[in-house]
Design a protein around this ligand. Sequence first.
Ligand code: CUK
Ligand code: CUA
Length: 639
Amino acid sequence: MKKQHIINKLFALVVLAGVVTSCGSSENSKGALGSDVASQAYVTPGEHDDFYAFMSGGFSGQISVYGLPSGRLFRVIPVFSQDPEKGYGYNEETKPMLETSFGFVPWDDAHHPELSQTNGVPDGRWIFINGNNTPRIARIDLKTFETAEIIEIPNSGGNHSSPFTTENSEYIVAGTRFSVPFPQKDVAIDTYKENFKGTLSFISVAEDGDMDVAFQVLLPGYDYDLAHAGKGKSHGWMFFTSYNTEEEHTLLEVNASQRDKDYIAAINWKKAEEYMAQGKFKEMPASYVDNHYDESKQMAFSETRNTVKVLIPSECPGLVYFLPTPKSPHGVDVDPTGEFIVGNGKLSSDMSIHSFDKMIKAIEGEKFETTIDGIPILQYEEVLSGIVAQPGLGPLHTEFDGKGNAYTSFFISSEIVKWNLETKEVLDRVPAYYSIGHLMIPGGDSKKPWGKYVVALNKITKDRFLPTGPELTQSAQLYDISGEKMKLILDFPTIGEPHYAQGIAAELIAPNSLKYYKLEDNNHPHAMKSPNDSRIVRDGNVVRVYMGAIRSHFTVDNLEGIKVGDKVYFHVTNLEQDWDVPHGFSVMGANNAELLIMPGQTETLLWEPQREGVYPFYCTDFCSALHQEMQGYARVSAK
Ligand code: CUK
Ligand code: CUA
């Protein structure tokens, strides 16, 4: 309560600051954007945007897809959520995607979308995103914009520092936000120091995208918050921030931030591969599932896994080092050259920037303060490149423009600060309305940022949009960064709480976008290839209705012989072979959702009729002038 009060006061100050700085210019103040600024975000009707932006949907468990610079919303991709618009998580084909070792979990808290990369540059094949709550990582196929795989992360408690990629998506990583008993067991919480451990997971990504838990690194019981991979000269390393290095189990602030410095954990994953090849891992029991959507069968399958390979740093010298970093570092970001490692201590008033070259020298010269569980702690001064002095309050995340500049978000002072990587000099600052969390430059965490825009992903909306009751839309802001000074050019609303986002040039995705599924390649076990395959098959109380959908009728439109207590599976195949002609299907009283079937695809709705009668069904997606005639009846008789 008190905290909220202080935050409100800070807002007032920040708003005031915004008004004051905008007096002399028309920039960045509410409602005062000049027409030249407004036109920069304007995309003429019929024209396309230059970039795709993928925003995490936060606690909606989704990803939303926007165009930049227009801020237009194109699609919401359900990932860790059921979505009645698309039937995802309701139809029989996609339900297995939401299976976990805890059963069906149709919700999660998604924070960080991360595009797959080739040679350190986003390549437009897939986007990954973490489920924070029930630790999972999803892979979304950017040909179809559909979730293709969800893998659970074992031995993790909160999957926050995830899923950041290496330069060729050899691995994506997942670090546990909460340390937990390892392996999980019933112990007193105040035995934290002896029983709780942190794990960092390296998930391999095969050529076809298939994810696997390749290995885990067992670490002290800290909280591992965020990560980013080395690139260029630092390729082969992965950096994770940690806080609560006091290993407290009750995180009232007084406990968890006593220390002057926490750590960035630097993991040499090339070395890890050597240790794996030498068999230096421990095979530990673990229970987790891996769910795949098989595109050929158009169906998801769950597989349970029972073991995981674990590397223990004290038995693997050279695998892990700790870099002392002031005051609860949150984000850790590596610049496009791979030299600067920016760990943002959110309770620190300065920013300490580490040097990769100095880190290697410090390792070679054994400039260690001490070791913890066999992990050397490097001397702070030996790895420090320099300090950005007093840049703002509450630094969180940093992205890069590829021209030697860094852009850091400051939550408490609610601003973006641009500074020079070499000189550590602050070059520009703009207010963000209000309380910015992450920020995103298209390609801004990769080797080659596009560097034209930065998007602020703000935590608080307040008065930026028309009010909608107690819950307001989320607030993003777009700034032009092509000049020396940042210029605010657009406010746009977003879905859920978008933590992080990723952007990519449209031409890397648009030409590969699938237009429809080929009927001849449809190997769904209940697919139809032509209207002649329509039929109704009964096996005990299971009734399968093979139904085609084609403008503008269902190939079975009068259905009799169903009894109360039957399980009726409507296997509906969309027989169209053309772009942008989905059909929908639902039946009155269906107690799950509708289907939305893409051309060439088969989807299944389970209906368990409760009462006798005659029930209409119809197509839910407007498909032709005779869409309204695309309908039928199902008759249900007594048992
Ligand atoms: S984050 Cu997840 S709590 Cu700074 Cu990536 Cu907001
Ligand atoms: Cu098919 Cu409307």
